[in-house]
Design a protein around this ligand. Structure first.
Ligand code: FES
Length: 144
């Protein structure tokens, strides 16, 4: 069996939603200190709906495919739904990733959460802090 699914290869070769958004409503950037890869997510939000999303990923093919799929999964969705997106859902939508590449999909989940948190912070919107990883501990990004 091939190491990577057709979907992973497709999203790696033709990533959707690559780029930046000028005057984005929320921007999230996360990195994995183990591999050094970095992912940045830009959100345009109108009335709690993600009307546009773009990403820049400086990382491996799995991270690029994960970013691409994750942006597709949250585009047009309410923030409440985007917040429930897990790396598992991203991996499943890609028809799987090799075990040693699962951490790449974690970056996508965390980058989206970080961008939503940025939006909440910028707009002084109250939120449940427990839904966001504790940025003071590097726990969320070091579980490679
Ligand atoms: Fe670093 Fe994939 S190896 S995100």
């Amino acid at each position: 069996m091939a190491l990577y699914s057709e979907k992973v290869m497709d999203h790696f070769r033709n990533p959707r939603n690559v780029g930046t958004i000028e005057n984005a409503d929320g921007v999230g950037e996360v990195g994995n200190p183990v591999c050094g890869d970095i992912m940045k997510i830009y959100l345009k939000i109108e009335k709690d709906i993600i009307t546009d999303v773009k990403f820049e990923t400086f990382g491996c093919g799995s991270a690029i495919a994960s970013s691409s799929m994750a942006t597709e999964l949250i585009k047009g969705k309410p923030l409440s739904e985007a917040l429930t997106l897990t790396n598992k859902a991203v991996t499943e939508a890609l028809d799987g990733l090799p075990a040693h590449k699962i951490h790449c999909s974690v970056l996508a989940e965390e980058a989206i959460k970080s961008a939503i948190k940025d939006y909440y912070d910028k707009n002084n919107i109250e939120y449940d802090k427990s839904i966001f990883p504790d940025e003071s501990s590097c726990d969320h990004c070091c579980k490679a």
